[in-house]
Ligand binder design. Structure first.
Ligand code: PMV
Length: 350
């Protein structure tokens, strides 16, 4: 019998949305109620490293994250595995000399270098790395956009982590989700001055998962209808233009307004959901203060489904933005490790 262990590894970076995905029109396929746009952060700082291997020696499919066994029986993970195995089977059918990897048990070993499930987009990097590691193992010729369609089924925001730079997830129209994929809006080098500082207000697991938060918002918020019908479609266009023009003031204004709009719809649910805390609100006031002292908008905050702030700024404003956060908030309780992390927008190598 063939006992070979076949193996491939990859990294996937974190992405932080500036126009947020919030709401599913199809919970099974993770089809969103609106398009979204994100910036991919440097993988040196925030990333998942994943090794996929397969062998007849393995008893069954398995996944470990940071050394602990994960349940992979969930529908999302199973959907990704089924899609990848189907693609591999097609390759094997076309060329019978290839090893039949599609029928071998998989062993996936994953490691994050940042807190998991603290609203730091860990599922995005996680599922993107999961899908690409297996695609590499299976030697699939799929494009990043094709892989994004698969990663989306694991976690919506994961589809955007298949690309570096500035990335849009087009919501699509089709019922089968085939057009709900990520595309590159601009590569990182188009606007290479972009930086982000991440202020960890809490590294604890978030109390309302994004899936149930979205479900509750879609079901009970009245603000939400306006957000998806008008606000987000308009801001998506404005944001793509802000990125194309490298217009930081426009980028920042849209980023902050969209974060506030998303958190407002959360507050508008029954019962209300609070992802931000007092520390988060202090970060918002700091950004406002930095901008008014500069006399123009040089910093933009955004919050995902958790209290941690991501503050975008441009490299030439490092001292005025990241520097101020580090000195003023560095020693205050609630800011992990005394410092926020300053990271670059970056491209994704294969
Ligand atoms: O990918 P999910 O299901 O964890 O949802 C992520 C939702 C937000 O992070 C709040 C917004 C976004 O677009 O990433």
């Amino acid at each position: 019998a063939d006992n070979t262990v076949y193996r491939a590894s990859t990294f996937a970076p974190v992405n932080i949305a500036v126009i947020k995905y919030w709401g599913k029109r199809d919970a099974k396929l993770n089809l969103p109620t609106n398009s979204s746009l994100s910036v991919t952060l440097s993988q040196d700082d925030l990333r998942t490293h994943t090794t996929a291997s397969c062998s007849s020696q393995y008893p069954k499919d398995s996944l470990t994250l940071n050394g602990s066994d994960q349940d992979i029986s969930g529908a999302r993970t199973q959907a990704c595995l089924a899609e990848l195995r189907t693609l591999r089977r097609q390759v094997e059918e076309a060329d019978s000399s290839l090893p039949k990897l599609s029928s071998l048990p998989l062993k996936i070993v994953s490691r994050n270098n940042f807190p998991t499930a603290a609203g730091l987009a860990s599922s995005a990097a996680g599922f993107a790395a999961f899908v690409r590691a297996i695609a590499n193992l299976y030697d699939l010729k799929s494009t990043p956009t094709e892989l994004s369609r698969i990663a989306r089924q694991g976690s919506g925001s994961a589809c955007r982590s298949l690309f570096g730079g500035y990335v849009a997830w087009q919501m699509g129209e089709k019922k089968d989700g085939s057009d709900s994929v990520a595309v590159e809006v601009a590569p990182a080098e188009h606007w290479s001055d972009m930086r982000a500082v991440i202020l960890v207000a809490s590294a604890e697991k978030k109390d309302v998962s994004s899936t149930s938060g979205m479900q509750q918002t879609v079901a009970t918020s009245t603000l939400f209808a306006e957000r998806i019908a008008n606000t987000v479609p308009r801001r998506m266009q404005e944001m793509e233009k802000a990125v194309a023009d490298k217009d930081f003031a426009a980028f920042a204004s849209l980023t902050m307004k969209d974060s506030n709009s998303f958190h407002a719809t959360c507050l508008d649910t029954e019962p209300p959901i609070f992802y931000m805390n007092d520390t988060s609100r202090a970060a918002i006031r700091m950004v406002d203060m930095i901008n008014s002292e500069a006399g123009k908008t040089i910093a933009a905050y955004t919050f995902d489904a958790g209290p941690n702030a991501v503050v975008y700024y441009q490299a030439h404003d490092e001292a005025k933005v990241a520097g101020v956060f580090k000195t003023v908030l560095g020693d205050k309780e609630g800011w992990e490790g005394a410092r926020g992390k300053s990271v670059e927008a970056a491209n994704t190598p294969k």
